[in-house]
Design a protein around this ligand. Sequence first.
Ligand code: X8Z
Ligand code: ZN
Length: 607
Amino acid sequence: MKHTVKLLVGSMLAIALTACTQQAADDDATAAAPTETAEEFVARVNEELKELNREGGAAGWVRATYINQDTAILSSLANERYAKWHSETVAQALAYDDMELDPQTRRALNLLKLGTSLPTPDDDAKRRELMEIATEISGMYGEGKYCRSENECIPGAELEQLMQQVRDYDELLELWEGWREISVPMRDKYRRYVELANEGANSLGYENLGEMWRANYDMSPDEFRTESERLWEQVKPLYDELHCHVRAKLGEVYGEDKVPQDGPIPAHILGNMWAQEWIAIYDLLEPYPGVSDLDVDSTLTAKSYSPQEMVRSAENFYVSLGMPRLPDTFWARSQFTKPRDREVQCHASAWGLDGGNDLRIKMCIEPTADMLRTIYHELGHNYYQGAYRNQDPLFQGGAHGGFHEAIGDTVVLSMTPDYLAEVGLIGSAEESDQALINRQMQKALDSIAFLPFGKLIDEWRWAVYAGEISPEDYNKGWWEMRERYQGIAPAVERTEEHFDPGAKYHVPGNVSYTRYFLARILQFQFHRSLCEIAGHEGGLHSCSVFGNEEAGAKFQAMLEAGQSAPWQETLEKLTGTQEMDASAIVDYFAPLMGYLEEQNEGRSCGW
Ligand code: X8Z
Ligand code: ZN
């Protein structure tokens, strides 16, 4: 997603959609006196964007839901067209650089400049080359499979499920390594991609693409780096406790020869292809076995929930907050399940086509609790897109990327046992100290485990784009960060023949990732504020705003603002502060931290 201008948003897509930029500092262009006022210019840009987004959205959608050589051409061409328009338009905007403008016009011009996550060089051949590589590598990811034999090829989405279910060390390793074969051929393409994208970022006045991505937070790129570091330091103690305990338990399951108690955890045994969320191994970690029924998976199967029914359940939550039902076109045009006859990009995304009037999700839904949470997450994007559709196209987007990712997750925090019982997704909501610890463990394996992963993906890309990690060291740099931040390591040797970052969707898909790190922190902050508005008393973990229209109205107001104001102001309206703050997540998990500290007593933590 990148997007394009926000079109797609949110999640986006994938796709390379979009495009690019550059500005072109062509002397004539900069010198020429503009024939339009800045306000007229911005109005024209907004009009042109509507048309470009229509085309880019259609091409992006058909590419993601029908991967073949023809859609590669259509999507590359649409992205190229957007990129060229963006280059030229940003060049024209230079004429207003030194003028005094009202803040909204200035903001619109700045957002125009940042209106792509993949800037292209100001050269037709190079622009085309970059777009083709982007389309190709994201397609390679979507089509990726591991072939165990000539007759048995397992697609990525199925491998993801197997990584959650299998408990055999060697079989997990086989699947883990098998999936990483898909990115070997991306390696050389990625090197060139970095070169070209950096050239694009340079032409816009940025040192490299990483710096440009960091410029998208209403503060300087350096300030943003410091800011994300500050947040990481706030939450790191939580992660360290969880890591220590999980390593000890996995040592009991797999043996301490396989899981040494003084080093990193093998990357393939955490119940997730990328070891990013560990909730799938909750069964190995349940603090008080059998206390409280948290098994949503069983209900979905027992009650034979269809994908649409699962989506309806999520929609009902948003509607209970006073938000509208999804339009009929959502139900008619979304991809809910994996088609049997063609290749698609199964990684979930939410689309706000036609300026937010044509909302869709694209998923390959299976009846699992994990997918149900993802559905609630995706609808958060759709409700955001629908809410800011009355903003001008340049202001259609999240207050920052982390906001977009946090909306649905905030709702997921309200999926308390009481809520799940109320809507029939679990049998009973038992209240006891032990039930609380079980529930918090589940949640921590999702939220806390994710934090270092959420941070390091862009840390790696920032270093790659800045030339601090050279192409010869792509994989080495990757595994160093994985070990440093997450305390995990590959169980087999990885070499520079491999390209393990490419086996994670957002790298070939060109979706920046810090947004997810920020979202994991912001969602607790949003949740705390919504719960205050709802008048909740008691621990944050027991609050659900399901059915609370007062909280819903405040939430909706934030969504409607889109990116029309600096995120600090938008945040303040909901939470009363201009700062992102991890104290809400720290407070939320206070009960579990007590348990973990007790469990870890006498263990030597760290790696
Ligand atoms: O990519 C996603 C969403 C779409 S925006 C499904 N997520 C990240 C991931 O899967 O890596 C949500 C959590 C993190
Ligand atoms: Zn998302």
